[in-house]
Design a protein. Structure first.
Lengths: 276, 276
């Protein structure tokens, strides 16, 4: 039996969904159907959702779970009056935090979401533009780069660069090693002069072949033999120049990005928080 | 006095940071210095962090706050033995969830982070590639698009498309209205034939002018007069074709993306959860 779960907030509800889902993964023996309900910022909208929850409870024959990060206790009360079990992800910690900090919380909807942090925002957008114009070797002047990812085609460079730019305002460029580079057996000079910025991405050749198959089926490009040659050559070139290498085979983009930040010891520049 | 805060997890610690920071915004009268500490997955690493926390406590003259989503209570105990106040974001909810669900949690580190959900991942990567190749009007064949964003230059189209693709696997294209389009006073036919996929982004002309100034200072392009003309013309063209319009002026990319998903009633396709 599917259990229904709602993630509800006055903002995007991304935080409620992220923590709520992480909690649900601890009950792997059960299955859940999950709905994210953003922008519930009035009694009218809360009442509408309460109605939906009641209907769902009838359909399911059991009460849905609700995870919320809303600040307004009046809105939470309206939802909690429906046939559901509310997990208030904020309330559980506000009291102990007040005790520890020695001051009272000032409930503030605006502070928790939606207000653009102008500086960080501009930097993130500039970094995104940088990532777009320094993708896939299309521009090899890397003077302004914070970081340069190196790897074979389809090793995860582009999405990682975009993620680093969009979320952290890091100017991330990437360069795919070409056949010519591989013939040389060493990294080109325009990379080596930025040695401190380099990070290699490596991927298991079997997995790489799978990924390339979906793009160009039955091509030399996708063959296991070619994928083996490229990944081995690339790794030995990176090792020769003592470039740190991260394995991407079973990692998400979020994880690779976090590893890069750790590896390069970036001060956390502009993480955006308004995603409650 | 700055209070020091650590967000610690065996995964990326993004969830701990996101909820932790949202809680701290409720204490706007205080200032915090915040550190995200990912990948603490062994007693050695936990002991190392405990040491850092103790040093920080001496420097600060007060104990740091720790927000964690770690599953392994042994690792949490090692950290909690240092001079700090731990907020265990998981533990607070596991017991009530067990009661509500009628089963015991099966603590699982792997389930909460890092394992690639292969299908969702492929779709997200394909969508990212789509967004990159259908950015800024560079390709106007929109048959495969899930959504097409329309707006003037610098209204937030590109980062929004990339976010929709990277996070939700939505194939998002965008098209900037050109001078020729504006002279016609109506949307071009290659857009109108995909009317259900269209969403307009509008932005306050003063803000647009500011943004363009940083790109091309003192240009006609950045002048308030030109920004007014373009935003007014674009909005009337969108209104004429009954295209829904979202205002981006004081919204974050995360918010705009959430509004679009709501507006188009997308089933949440492939939200990635492994960012604990």
């Amino acid at each position: 039996m599917l259990r229904t779960v709602f993630f509800i907030s006055d903002g995007t509800a991304i935080t409620a969904e992220t923590l709520g889902h992480a909690l649900l993964t601890q009950f792997a023996q059960l299955e859940f159907q999950q709905f994210r309900i953003p922008f519930i910022d009035s009694q009218e909208k809360a009442a509408e959702i309460a109605l939906k929850i009641n209907q769902q409870a009838i359909t399911d024959g059991q009460c849905p779970l609700v995870f919320t990060t809303m600040v307004d206790q009046g809105l939470i009360a309206t939802i909690a009056a429906s046939n559901c079990q509310v997990f208030d992800l904020f309330a559980a910690f506000i009291k102990p935090l007040e005790q520890q900090l020695g001051v009272s919380a000032k409930p503030s909807v605006g502070a928790a979401h939606g207000l653009v942090d102008a500086d960080g925002y501009e930097d993130r957008m500039e970094a995104t533009n940088y990532a777009l114009t320094h993708d896939d070797g299309m521009n090899i002047r890397f003077d302004d780069a914070d970081i340069i990812l190196i790897g074979v085609s389809r090793s995860g460079k582009t999405p990682t660069c975009l993620y680093l730019a969009l979320h952290f305002g890091i100017k991330a460029a990437n360069y795919p090693l070409t056949d010519d580079d591989m013939d040389e057996s060493r990294l080109p000079a325009f990379l080596l002069k930025h040695k401190d910025k380099l990070i290699g991405l490596s991927i298991n050749p079997e997995r790489l072949s799978e990924i390339r198959q979906t793009r160009k089926p039955d091509s030399r490009y996708a063959s296991l033999r070619q994928c083996r040659y490229e990944t081995e050559t690339a790794e030995s070139m990176l090792r020769l120049s003592a470039v740190p290498v991260l394995r991407t085979t079973s990692s998400s983009v979020e994880e690779i990005a976090s590893r890069i930040i750790l590896e390069k010891n970036f001060q956390r520049p502009h993480f955006r928080y308004d995603i409650v």
